[in-house]
Design a protein around this ligand. Sequence first.
Ligand SMILES: [Zn+2]
Length: 597
Amino acid sequence: MASFPWWHSFRSFSLLLVLSHVSIHFADGAAYGTPYGTQTGYSQQEYGPQKFLNQMQDPLLRLRTQIASTDSRLFLDEPVNPSLQSAASKLSITAMINRILPCQVVDDSQIKEPSVFRYHNYDELTGFLQNFSLAYPSISRLYSVGKSVQNRDLWVIEIGNNPGVHDPGKPEFKYVGNMHGNEVVGREILLNFIEVLLRNYKSVDCIKKMVDATRIHILPSMNPDGFERSIPGDYESIQGRANFHDKDLNRNFPDQYAITQDNRQQEPETLAVMNWIKAYPFVLSANLHGGSLVANYPFDDNQDMSKSYENTLYSQSPDDAIFKQLAAAYSEAHATMYEGVPCPRYKQSEFFEDGITNGAKWYPVAGGMQDWNYLNTNTFEITVELGCWKYPREEFLKRYWNENRKALFAYLMEVHKGIKGFTTDEQGSPLSGVTIRVEGIEHVVTSNEDGDYWRLLVPGDYRITAYKKGYQVDKKKATVYKDKMATSVNFTLKRLSTAAETGQYDIENEGGWRTIPATAHQSDKNLKAGIAHIPTHIPGQSSVETSTRKDAGADVSILPLAGLNSGAGDGVKSEGSSKMTALIWLLFVCEYFKRLH
Ligand SMILES: [Zn+2]
């Protein structure tokens, strides 16, 4: 026990008094409310939280950080002693795996625990990963996805029984830690997780079965430069949060709605991770942060950010149901997250039912990584806040591991749910780029190089369509069961021989034209701009008139086709040959936007 001079407690007390007058909210570094009440537009996003905290709050935060790092009593700021136990947290790790992958269940005490609980700086982290990948060459591989601004490697360790190879039909999963350099718990528990997977592979049957059935990629630190600048013991500051260019990487991804100062240009770390995500057929992912205790799911932003800052609005993705299930899979297997008890400093303002929240409902973020994953690839990602303390003292790392270890397994096993299968042609050859569409969900996934695909879904009955240009549409029905291995649904697509047949088919088969891949949202403004460019691509057609009208509450852009094809009327609604023309034009618009991306 350390003893403190009398003025120490006075200093803490007076500092807390000062802080109680600052009515900002900076979970995960975001701030909103009073300081921005009169601003509009995207100004909060561009000039708001980060800059504000830099200018106004840094001295106070630094002081508080210094005190926190010497006063372990402040650790009580983490929610403690759960009064309830969720069903998931009662199950042993191997029992959880066994529900989906039949295996030999053992008590958690049979699992070898991590050997050390301490922080690893960049050199130590590199050494840790090199040592483990050398010690377990048959089930691991170390690779770098690129460099940070200061030339540090973004190391990824792959764990699986066929390192370096995508086995057809085996889903790929990733964990990303330490994107904010001063949120360090994720970085260390991912090292713990790596050690536990590798050291228990031979001795614990269920862990072996899980590793054999999944290709697991772990990036413990996406922001190694930020980590090196962070302050041990930091409770809540932003020192080391951004990369070396002072860019917040979780505001730096291309966004569906907003181009801001923070995401106008992608940073080296962001580009490296974007290329990585595109290079592997990831199905599921989690991005581990700190500063609160909650599992946060897409969307992170709203079309109108200015409104949603004043009164945060739920921003529902087409896959809201499965995202809730994914977030709950983590929170319910965590020691305390599912209780939804907020960090003590937010007690007045936050309660997360089941320990989960929609990103935008909590606070809107433009340029976040999870939305980019979902909107640009087949990957579903959530963002998990692992605890109130961003850079806790080293002696508490073991506690964080104990709170999270079951959740790390439980969440990973979600990759094995939903539906999965292969898309092939009539000869049985794999067919890549096949669009898989689930009726009622306006979000598609596509099959990979080996023709394999995964579609995460909550339990229920589904109608699924597989579509590829030049092939006949294939449709199947499937049922997804609770806590069961994904239902296999394979599609065989018959090739259409002639161009005429292709065109005819696309029109005549209901559902065909509706399955055009929509991998990015286009604003009405963008769409109109795109349509206006079309005449330059059409020989002999000097202009295309565009108009906008209200239809079911939404703006619909109409391409009048009368100039091209007499009697065609307003395109989409007309019949016969003009309908085909309209279809070609719509496809043209889609292709046009694909090229823009
Ligand atoms: Zn963060």
